[in-house]
Write a protein that binds this ligand. Sequence first.
Ligand SMILES: [Zn+2]
Length: 197
Amino acid sequence: MDEINPYAPPKSTEWDEFRYTEINPVAWRDGDRLMVMKDAILPDRCVKCNESAEGFQFKRSLTWGSPSLLIFILCGLLPFLVLYVLLSKKGRVTVGVCPLHRQERKKAITRGWLIALAGLTAIVVSGALPDNIIPIAALGGFGLILTGLILGSAGSRILVPARIDKQFIWLTKLSPVYLASFPNAQLRSQPKQIDEL
Ligand SMILES: [Zn+2]
């Protein structure tokens, strides 16, 4: 028979087949995280609500570094910043995002820029204000710029990596329904000697 049996076991353990066929999943549920193979293209469903993404592909290169190094950086040990950048792991993933969440993302970016712009305006205008108000207006302006940038980037963030290693990216803050649709990582059959393929 020439018919393709979707329930047939994979014929080959080749890495690329393992990665891209429907028979072999590319992502697994790992607690409250999604463990995804690097370069995987996930189903056409929104990662935030599990609704149809209507073919829209959200492609992102993610970077993740060990939080322990971040503590050293925060303590003012600048060399650790270099180490952090050098030791950071990267991985690309493509996911679906529904029209609603795409719109929300755009709104968050716009809101962020508007707040930052208000801050910039406050700084520019502060020059024309009485001397005793200038520092307050300038400081407020800087605060607004920072707030706008932080709110904008936080609100527009669709994919949050919790960890990245040689093969996988662990994503957090996804829709629980979406997450539940993936097989359990603990039940994953370990392909042999991936590194040597
Ligand atoms: Zn959505």
